[in-house]
Each structure stands twice: as C-alpha cells, then as structure tokens.
Write a protein that binds this ligand. Structure first.
Ligand code: GLV
Ligand code: MN
Ligand code: MN
Length: 415
C-alpha cells in the first residue's frame, strides 16, 4: 500500500486506554498505582496478559533466556525488524504509564497497521524487556543490556535481588526462562523506537505535546556498606564510637550538597538506607546506603563519583569504620540517532503537535540499543512531572498524540 494512504492512519485510542487500565489491574495498588517489581507474581500476571494480546494479534512470540519477550509481525521481507519496546516491570510505588505505555502503544501501532490491511516491508516487533527498573535486581535495563550484549547472560542470571532470590530462579518460577536466542542486534533490528512518559515537569509546565528525546543522561549507582561497632547509646562517649549510622547519614547529606554545588544538572539521591540493629539505644554497627548519581556530561559525572569517593575515604578514617563498595549500575550518557530525532520532530510538527528537544533524566531500554542501531524516543507529558509515584498521570489525549506519532514514525521506518 502506498505511503499516502498509510499516513492518514490513527491509533484506536479507546483500545489503548482500555489496555493500559487492564494491565494496571495486575499488581494494582490502593489509590490507583501499581507494584510489579521484576519477576514477582504480579510481573508474571502482567507478562501473561501482554503475551495474550500479542497472541490474539497473531504475532510470532519469542522469549529469550533473560525473559525478554518479543512479538513480531512478519514483513514482506525478512530484513532486520523495526522494533518498538519498553518494560512492564515497575517500581513498587508506580503509576500505570512508566514503561507500559511504550509496550502497549507499540502493540497498538501494530494492530492499527494490521487492521488497515497493511503488510510492512520490514518485520515489525514490539518487545518488553526484563527488569528495566532495577529496583529488585541491579543493574536496571538488565534485559535490554543482555539483549544488546553489553551484559553477560550468566552474570544477569546470577544476580541476587533485595530479597535474596536470584534472577534465574525467579525467571524459572514465573515461567519466563525462555529458550529463544537472537543473533546480534545489528543483524536483527534495523531501528529501535520507544514511546515513554517524560517523568519530569518540562513538557507539562510548558504545555507542550511532545518531547523529542536527543539522549539519556549517564547513571551511576553504588551501594556502600559501613561496618562499625555496636555499643550502648548512653554509656559510650562520642569519641569512643565507631558509628556506622552516622557515616551513612553524612554521605546522604554530602551527596545532596555536592549535587547542589555542581552546575549543569548534577543529580544525587540516596533512595535506600538500612541500619542494624536499628534500635533506639544501640549505636549501629552496620549501615547500608545506595547512591544514585546522574549527569548528562560524563566528565562531570566522573567528577561527582570521585569527590564522593574522597569524602567517604576521609569519613571512614575519621569514624574508624570499614567500608565495602558495590557498583550496582554504570551507564554513560547516550546520544540518539540525529536522523531519527529529526524525523520524529518533523512528523510531530506536520501533525500540528508542539515539540521540545530534550534529554531524558530517567534510564530507558532505548539507551542500550543506541550503540547498535538507529534509536530514538518520544516523550509525552507527565502531569506535574510526577513519576515513580501512584499519582503519575498522562491524559488520554496526550497518550494518543504520542501513539500516533509513534505510528507515523514506524510507517516511515518499516515501509
Ligand atoms: C530507571 O528507570 C531509572 O531511571 O531509574
Ligand atoms: Mn520506564
Ligand atoms: Mn521507571
């Protein structure tokens, strides 16, 4: 079918909305959000539901050894596929759009194309990747990192989560330890595109329709464990203490100040902290904290990492505690394909949508594809910039805009 005809296609907004809300029933939280930590029972329910939709649509379904699921519509040729995708695992306090939108909009784009009786020249795939969030098992983007061969399968499978269970065991338990293997990405995927909610305030504040994503900032996750000595809170003079808790607290406040003191958008978060024995009148002999540092400039990010290291070195000396460090994740900033970025921008403008070029603050599966094939992302607004929160919201009109722009971009890429 000629492009002039296909260009007028639009997605079925009601079908997309109904799938978003149906998927949100899997792991639903009181108040409207979802908790579908990777490889939990609720993740399995979400996976089964999306797989059932892929099956109804007649897609070929492949499940690889890290549990990534790829549904493919055959093309007129067997050239490398155009792939859409994202994730359906969530943080435990999630809204219903993060990740899910990219997967379900991809499905909707394929269904729209099928309904129109079009067979694309290239195969068209929609994928959901295992453990994008990294909240239960680090690193984040685990499935897409294995898919793109930047993380070894065995390393990923051996990863132990925050509850002591391994990725391999949990994949097997929920029935997603697949057997399919994919040849290298550059041989199987001709382009990758991901629709996602912005998860930040920019588009909402400026009342814009679309974020044209130029790249993703770098991410550095580390975990520090401090070992001190437990002692009596009332009898131990301050100068006698090896207080692991006070060290963790000092790091927490230091990284916040460090980020504020650095220009150019350095970000720093301590999102998890643990004390032992965690009692009112016992000096902690153990503390564990995670540090999330992000910057779109790699040398600035390295500077933040080394300043933190120096601070911790002096701190442990001063307090007489011992430190262990584990790198949980490290991704350099990524720049997306300028042709695809330009194409998305011009297609949005042709459709009368207002746009802004922007960098992504959050990590995404797309960043794993960028070194291997032309890759880009489309953002739609997040109300009040809220995400990783049950109140995350994007209106049906904004969702439809994003899905239609994804459709228009896909029609250019796969015909
Ligand atoms: C993952 O989505 C992250 O950016 O933390
Ligand atoms: Mn996401
Ligand atoms: Mn997320």
């Amino acid at each position: 079918m000629a492009m002039e005809t296909t260009v007028s296609l639009s997605v079925n907004s009601d079908r997309l909305q109904s799938r978003l809300y149906k998927l949100a029933e899997m792991g639903a939280l009181e108040g409207g959000g979802v908790s579908r930590l990777a490889l939990t029972d609720s993740d399995k329910m979400g996976r089964d539901l999306v797989v059932s939709w892929m099956t109804e649509l007649g897609l070929d379904i492949a499940i690889d050894r890290i549990g990534n699921v790829v549904g493919t519509l055959k093309g007129q040729t067997d050239q490398p596929a155009v792939m859409m995708g994202s994730h359906i695992d969530t943080v435990s306090t999630a809204g219903i759009f993060d990740g899910n939108l990219g997967v379900l909009a991809g499905l909707e784009v394929i269904e729209t194309i099928v309904d129109a009786g079009i067979t694309p020249v290239r195969p068209l795939s929609v994928a959901f990747f295992t453990n994008e969030e990294g909240s239960r098992f680090a690193p984040d983007m685990m499935g897409s990192a294995v898919f793109t061969e930047s993380l070894a399968l065995e390393t990923a499978l051996e990863t132990i989560g925050i509850d002591g269970k391994s990725v391999a065991d949990e994949l097997a338990r929920i029935g997603y330890l697949g057997e399919d293997t994919f040849p290298s990405v550059s041989d199987t995927v001709s382009a990758y595109i991901e629709l996602h909610v912005e998860q930040g305030p920019v588009l909402d504040e400026l009342a814009l329709d679309i974020g044209v994503v130029e790249g993703v900032q770098g991410i550095s996750w580390s975990e520090y464990t401090f070992h001190g000595t437990s002692n009596h809170a009332g009898t131990t003079p301050m100068s006698y203490r090896q207080d692991a808790g006070v060290v963790a607290a000092a790091v927490m406040s230091y990284v916040h100040q460090l980020a504020e003191s650095m220009p150019n958008n350095q970000l720093a978060t301590v999102g998890s902290i643990e004390f032992r024995p965690n009692l009112v009148n016992v000096i902690p002999n153990y503390s564990r904290i995670t540090v999330d540092l992000r910057n779109s400039n790699e040398s600035e990010l390295k500077r933040a990492e080394s300043e933190l290291e120096a601070f911790i070195a002096s701190l442990v000396k001063k307090h007489g505690v011992r430190v262990e460090k584990k790198v949980l994740a490290r991704f350099e900033p990524v720049i997306f394909d300028s042709n695809m970025v330009g194409k998305i921008e011009s297609l949005a403008k042709e459709s009368g949508m207002s746009t802004k070029r922007m960098f992504s603050g959050a990590g995404h599966d797309a960043q794993m594809f960028a070194p291997h094939c032309p890759t880009a992302m489309i953002f739609v607004p997040s109300q009040d910039g809220i995400s990783h929160n049950i109140h995350e919201h994007t209106t049906p009109r904004q969702v439809t805009n994003g899905a239609n722009l994804l459709l228009q971009t896909i029609l250019k890429l796969c015909m």
